[in-house]
Design a protein around this ligand. Sequence first.
Ligand SMILES: Cc1cc2nc3c(=O)[nH]c(=O)nc-3n(C[C@H](O)[C@H](O)[C@H](O)COP(=O)(O)OP(=O)(O)OC[C@H]3O[C@@H](n4cnc5c(N)ncnc54)[C@H](O)[C@@H]3O)c2cc1C
Length: 425
Amino acid sequence: MSGTTDIPPIDLDAPDVNADVLIVGGGLVGGTLACALAQHGISVAVIDSEDPEALVEEAYDGRSSAIAGACQRVLEGVGIWAHMDSGHQGPGGGVQPILNIRVTDTDSPLHLHYDSDSVGGPMGYMAENRTMRLGILARLDELKDKATLIAPARMADHGREADGVWAVLTDGRRIRAKLMVAADGRGSRVRDAAGIRLVSWPYHQSGIVMTVWHEKDHRGIAHERFLPGGPFAILPLPGGHHSSLVWTEKSRLADHIMDLDDDLFHAELASRFGDFLGEVKVVSKRFCYPLTLQFAPTYIDRRLVLVGDAAHGMHPVAGQGMNFGLRDVAALTERLVEAHRLGLDPGGADVLEAYQRWRRFDNLLMLGLTDGIVRLFSNDIAPLRLARTLGLAAVNKLPGLKTFFMRHAMGDIGRLPKLMQGTGL
Ligand SMILES: Cc1cc2nc3c(=O)[nH]c(=O)nc-3n(C[C@H](O)[C@H](O)[C@H](O)COP(=O)(O)OP(=O)(O)OC[C@H]3O[C@@H](n4cnc5c(N)ncnc54)[C@H](O)[C@@H]3O)c2cc1C
């Protein structure tokens, strides 16, 4: 099996890099997987099409991520967290514990309120994606005996044979491995080249993302407001006076808002944000992400496995896309480490099927849940609005149900891989 580019025959018996696993895509998910495998003695080659220096520029990715408690344990267990949680704690560095979450519907006085006191610790953490990328790069450097990062680099051709996989990069370098992992995001070329089809539908919504400074301390409180155009999230960043905003609007309106001059943009923002944190100023570039749901019905093929957004892309309403990618990482690492210890082939069908069985149902459940929330909350039909407002208030009054949702947001539901439980492999 090979790609489509015509290249001269190359001697793949003398590769430049020989590893157990070749990971295509060194983003948040692929990069974490590389650290997890290398830390457990499995050699990895990671290729990414972007220059690592560009990936950590402020202008590359304006997003911050809500990291569920169970996924924080993964980052801690593989040695990335220590780099994220050290040094400068403020814009561009550090992590912020989420101590409270307040969910409201439009301007209704009824609400849902999650409090970390009732679970005995933070419900999760906020960190800029840049901070996480820097943590991954620092950890990969510490693990360089087992992890080879090749970036910027692209594959000119690749193949998956009965006994292994190979890739030839556009600069002529050759890589051989036993397993190929597609961690190359929503538009995964590796997935497409394998002929794995994609199920997808657009939400006709876009997420406008930026960082704001505000006069008053956010006190670790995250706010999610369900407005008629879609959810509007105010997410606390380290230092107390910065928050990340994810402002969802219908795509056509979002394009228009993105083009507004600073004064008009600020007026639109202020009307949604309110004045509860005092004066508010936008302190970053504006970013805009079109939102779609997509998933691959199968995550595996011969010596190939899909992880993260390459396998499933969800709406950011519940802040779970990357978290579910890290669940993939924890499950795949557990299966591969088991195989490695037993001397089994890491690309063997049994290993890959066991990973798929573990992860596919869990991911589909979250895709369905986020899709349901988006459909229920992104409209202004009066009876639906009343039902969801009463629903929020009812959950708030039912301790059992509330704890269940809280545990879900913290990532503690389902059959957890060991790395998510915080135990060694
Ligand atoms: C507005 C918004 C807010 C979000 N907020 C949250 C949140 O709070 N919490 C959360 O859990 N999730 C959140 N998400 C989802 C999260 O950002 C994604 O799920 C996550 O980034 C997926 O990571 P990934 O590594 O799988 O893919 P990507 O981040 O897309 O990384 C793919 C990597 O592959 C590389 N690549 C691509 N093509 C190739 C190629 N051909 N060859 C080599 N390399 C290649 C890219 O350079 C990149 O580094 C949010 C998403 C959006 C849009």
